[in-house]
Ligand binder design. Structure first.
Ligand code: CTP
Length: 395
C-alpha cells in the first residue's frame, strides 16, 4: 500500500532513534521510497551506515558536503510526506520557532508536502507546558502530531512519552495514503499461477499458467487501497516484497490456505489455474523406467471456488475465472451460477494473445445481474484495471 510513496524521514537526537532502523525496513518492504535526514545529535544514536543500507539511499546530514550544496527545497518537494521520528523536544522547539540551523530544519521550513511527527521524550518533558505549547503551534501549522505511547522511558521511569512503535507508525502511513481510495479498508485474497500435483518426488502434473494475470490483479488492488494476500502456485514471477504472499504447490494446499483466509476477507479473486485432478498416489520414490506402459489413476481435487461460493457471506464478493475453448459464454454463465460467484472473468483460448504465458489478455466479464461486458485485447496490467474497476462497481 506504500508502493512508490516517497517518504522523507527526519531523525532527531533521541534514544528512540535506534528504532527507526526497523521503521525504514518496514517502509521499504511495503514498497516505499525512503530518504533519511539525520540531525547532528541523531548521529550519536543511530548509525548513518545502517540507515543508508536499509533505505537504499545515502543518508543526508549536512547542507553542504565538500563542494556540493544539498538542495533542501527539492527534497521537500520530492516527498509525499515528511515524517520526523523520533521528534526530540529540541527539534520540536525549533519547528515551533522556525529556527533554521541544520539540514533537517531547512527541509522542514521549505517542505511543501504534509509533515507528521512522532515525538519521543521523557514524561516530565512531554508534560511541560512549553512542549504542549510547541505541539499546539506545529499542529496549527497543519503538521500531524502522532500520539506517544506509555511505558518504560530512557530515564527508567514509567510514563508517557515513548515513540509510537515502528509497526504502528508504518500502519498509520499505509492508512494515511489509502484513505479515500476506493478499496481502502478492504481485505482481498487473490489466487494465481498453476498448481503442481506430484506423481513422484521428481515429476508432477501441472499447466502452463504463468501467474502474470493474478499478480497484475493483486498489484492493481493494492494500488486502489486494498490489503492483499496473494496465494500463488509455483511460478517464476518476481513478486514485490510489499505483496503479502503465501506460496503453495498443490491444489490441496491452495484449498487449505483459501479456506483459512476466506472468513477474514471482503473479496476473493480466484485467478489460479488449479489442477482439476491429482494422482491418487504420489510415489515415495522415483518411478523407474520399465518395459511396461505406465498408467496413473487420478482423483478430483476440491473445487476451491465452489467451496468459497457455498460458504460466502452476504457482505463478501467472489470473483471466478473461466478458461474455455468452446461455447465460452454459456460455460461462463453456467459457472457464475453453479459456483455462486459475483463475477466470472472469461478468457478464451481461441483469442490470439490471450491466456497462459502471454503479456496480453482478452476478457469478457459476466455479472450476477445478467450483464456482459466485452473488452478489447490489452496488456495484462490494463486488463487488471478493468477487472478491479468491475469489482469496485459491484461493491
Ligand atoms: N478453480 C478452483 N478450484 C479448482 C479448480 C478451479 O478454485 N479445483 C477455480 C479457478 O481458480 C477459476 C475457476 O475455478 O476461478 C474456473 O476454473 P476452470 O478450470 O475454468 O473451471 P472448472 O470449474 O474446473 O470447470 P471445467 O474444467 O469443467 O471448465
Amino acid at each position: 500500500m506504500l508502493e512508490g510513496k516517497k517518504i522523507l524521514l527526519g531523525v532527531t537526537g533521541s534514544i528512540a532513534a535506534y528504532k527507526v532502523a526497523i521503521l525504514v525496513r518496514l517502509l521499504i518492504k511495503a514498497g516505499a521510497e525512503v530518504k533519511v535526514i539525520l540531525t547532528p545529535a541523531a548521529k550519536e544514536f543511530v548509525s548513518p551506515l545502517t540507515l543508508s543500507t536499509l533505505s537504499r539511499n545515502p543518508v543526508l546530514m549536512d547542507l553542504v558536503n565538500d563542494d556540493t550544496w544539498q538542495n533542501h527545497v527539492l527534497l521537500g518537494r520530492w516527498a509525499d510526506i515528511m515524517l520526523l521520528a523520533p521528534l526530540s523536544c529540541n527539534t520540536l522547539s525549533k519547528m515551533a520557532s522556525g529556527t533554521c540551523d541544520n539540514l533537517l530544519m531547512a527541509v522542514y521550513l521549505s517542505a511543501t508536502c504534509k509533515v507528521a511527527v512522532a515525538p519521543a521524550m521523557d514524561e516530565d518533558m512531554w508534560l511541560h507546558p512549553a512542549t504542549k505549547r510547541n505541539l499546539q503551534i506545529i499542529n496549527n501549522f497543519g503538521n500531524i502530531v502522532l500520539p506517544v505511547d506509555s511505558g518504560e522511558l530512557a530515564s527508567g521511569l514509567i510514563g508517557e512519552g515513548r515513540m509510537m512503535e515502528p509497526a504502528v507508525m508504518a500502519d498509520w502511513l499505509k492508512n494515511y495514503f489509502s484513505t479515500g481510495m476506493p478499496l481502502s479498508g478492504k481485505k482481498v485474497l487473490v489466487t494465481a499461477g498453476p498448481t503442481y500435483e506430484p506423481i513422484d518426488p521428481v515429476r508432477f502434473i501441472g499447466n502452463h499458467s504463468s501467474g502474470k494475470m493474478g499478480l497484475a490483479i493483486a498489484l492493481e488492488l493494492e494500488k486502489r487501497g486494498a490489503e492483499v494476500t496473494l496465494i500463488v502456485g509455483p511460478t517464476s514471477l518476481d513478486i514485490p516484497d510489499y505483496i503479502n504472499t503465501i506460496k503453495v504447490q498443490t491444489a490441496a494446499e491452495m484449498f487449505d490456505v483459501c479456506v483459512d483466509l476466506f472468513p477474514h476477507v471482503n473479496i476473493a479473486v480466484m485467478s489460479a489455474a488449479v489442477a482439476d485432478f491429482t494422482p491418487v498416489i504420489s510415489a515415495q520414490e522415483k518411478i523407474k523406467k520399465s518395459d511396461a506402459d505406465l498408467s496413473i489413476a487420478f482423483t478430483k481435487t476440491k473445487d476451491i471456488l465452489k467451496y468459497l461460493g457455498e460458504n460466502k457471506k452476504l457482505n463478501q464478493l467472489l470473483i471466478g475465472f473461466a478458461l474455455e475453448t468452446s461455447d465460452e459464454e454459456n460455460y461462463a454463465k453456467k459457472k457464475l451460477i453453479e459456483k455462486n460467484a459475483d463475477l466470472i472473468v472469461l478468457n478464451s483460448l481461441k483469442d490470439e494473445g490471450a491466456g497462459f504465458g502471454y503479456d496480453t489478455n482478452k476478457i469478457t466479464i459476466f455479472d450476477k445481474l445478467g450483464n456482459t461486458h466485452y473488452f478489447d485485447k490489452k496488456s495484462k496490467k490494463e486488463v487488471a484495471v478493468d477487472i478491479v474497476n468491475s469489482i469496485i462497481q459491484i461493491l
